[in-house]
Structures are given as C-alpha cells and as structure tokens.
Design a protein around this ligand. Structure first.
Ligand code: ZN
Length: 130
C-alpha cells in the first residue's frame, strides 16, 4: 500500500458535487465534501453497519464510497455542518441526544431531516413557479 493509498483510506478523497446540485442548492458549497475514508467506517460501526452513508465533522462531510449523491442526503449532512457551526458543544450534545433518545429520534437528526425536506420542497416549488 503506497502512502497516497494509505492517506486516502484514512481521510478519503475530495469530491466535486454535480454542478446541477450546487445550482439548485448554493449553500452546499459552504461544506467540504470527501468520499471514503475512516470516518464513514467508524460511523458505520456505531450503527452496526459496514459503513455509514455519510458522516459530518465540523465543515467536512465524508460520503461512503458507493453512496448516491442525492439532494436529500447532501442537504441532511449540510444541516449537520450548520449544527457544528452553531455551537462548540454540539458534538457533546449530539452524543447525549443519541444516548438518551437513540439515533433517529436524536433532535439533531430530526432537525436535519426537516431541513432537507423543507429545502427539497422549496426547490420543487420554485421549479413549478418557473
Ligand atoms: Zn444525520
């Protein structure tokens, strides 16, 4: 295994988002997007899977190697970037919520799903309105 392979196994590779996606949701450009790497694997172990679809740490989103870049997934993860930006204590709050309520009822996950649904709805509305 060469150094470059080792490095990409740990931190993944930068990924450029499809232009159409960024045109629809310009806010996606505020995050850094990577594919592969250790974070999605560790996230997966926590969920009892080989790999999580994506994991966000501060302003960087790691996407699992095979995952499809859907609008919903990217908007969801972007919301976690916002959550990191909103409070230095966010990682501790997130873990506390997960321990107390479980992963899917964690209020930060609820908020991320709601944000993605809201933005998807706005995008559909603006397309219909021309
Ligand atoms: Zn999430």
């Amino acid at each position: 295994m060469g150094i470059a392979t080792l490095v990409s196994a740990v931190i993944g590779c930068p990924v450029e988002l499809p232009r159409g996606l960024v045109e629809r949701y310009p806010e996606l450009a505020a995050a850094r997007w990577r594919r592969g790497g250790l974070p999605v694997r560790v996230g997966g172990w926590c969920l009892g899977q080989r790999s999580a679809a994506a994991i966000t740490l501060w302003d960087t989103v790691w996407l699992a190697p095979g995952v499809t870049l859907s609008d919903e997934l990217l908007l969801h993860e972007l919301r976690h970037v916002h959550q990191f930006q909103a409070s230095a204590a966010f990682p501790a709050w997130y873990l506390w919520e997960t321990v107390r309520r479980g992963y899917s009822r964690n209020r930060f996950e609820v908020d991320a799903r709601a944000y993605a649904a809201r933005r998807l709805g706005q995008s559909v509305a603006s397309t219909l309105n021309g």
